[in-house]
Design a protein around this ligand. Structure first.
Ligand code: C5P
Length: 223
């Protein structure tokens, strides 16, 4: 069985996918991690983000191995563990430049489909229900107000920082985070359309428990 969860950054996809995978014993496929691993590789190797041919060639040659069984997705790119390195603001800014290229999307497709062979999977991304797994048994398109998405994203980041953050810095970071999210939404728009048969949910005022309960009922009904 495949559950597709699509939507923009900060909509709650990753948390929802993780909780559902845990509750139902499914594996989690975080497709954003693949695009991030490619963007990180390009940055590290000095590949020009405005050179589509070079990026597409790198995507074709890159070996990505991922493990969706734990809390956080683990991913290696050409044998190097990049699980943490792909979650930086620098990669956030670069990732849409590589993800927009048709040759990149084509190159990363087989790995996503191979991962799901013979497995129960909760896959999250932007085009899961439309392109990667159009046959998914359940499709969810999750969205939320941009301000709320920015608050969530910043809270996640601050939780990982081991320093005191004063109110002025928090407020500044929040404005920047929302701007960065909205810029990424605009750059990703072309590949981020809800599937016609997706259940659309605005998660702005929903807790993760509510979402898990709601989608969990749907999964149980379709198994
Ligand atoms: O989900 P996450 O924020 O980690 O995704 C990072 C980026 O990867 C997105 O902003 C988008 O550019 C790209 N992406 C994509 N298609 C997917 C998943 C992610 O284009 N299925």
């Amino acid at each position: 069985m495949i559950i597709a969860i699509d939507g923009p950054a900060g909509s709650g996809k990753s948390t929802l996918a993780r909780e559902l995978a845990h509750a139902f014993g499914f594996e989690k496929l975080d497709t954003g991690a693949l695009y991030r691993a490619l963007a990180y590789t390009c940055l590290r190797e000095g590949i020009d983000l405005h050179d589509p041919a070079a990026i597409e060639a790198r995507a074709q040659a890159l070996t990505l191995i991922f493990d969706g069984t734990g809390e956080e997705t683990r991913i290696t790119a050409d044998g190097q563990d990049v699980s943490e390195a792909i979650r930086t603001p620098e990669v956030d800014r670069a990732v849409s430049c590589v993800a927009i290229l048709p040759g990149v999307r084509q190159a990363l497709l087989p790995a996503q489909r191979r991962f799901a062979e013979g497995r129960n999977v909760v896959a999250e991304g932007r085009d899961i229900g439309t392109v990667v797994f159009p046959q998914a048994e359940l499709k969810v398109y999750l969205d939320a107000d941009p301000h709320i998405r920015a608050v969530r994203r910043l809270a996640q980041r601050e939780a990982k920082q081991h320093e005191q953050i004063d109110q002025a810095r928090h407020d500044r970071d929040l404005v920047q985070t929302q701007q960065a999210l909205e810029a990424r939404d605009a750059a990703d728009a072309q590949n981020m359309q809800p599937a016609e048969d997706a259940i659309r949910i605005d998660s702005s005022s929903k807790s993760i428990d509510e979402l898990v309960h709601m989608i969990g009922e749907l999964i149980s009904g379709r198994r």
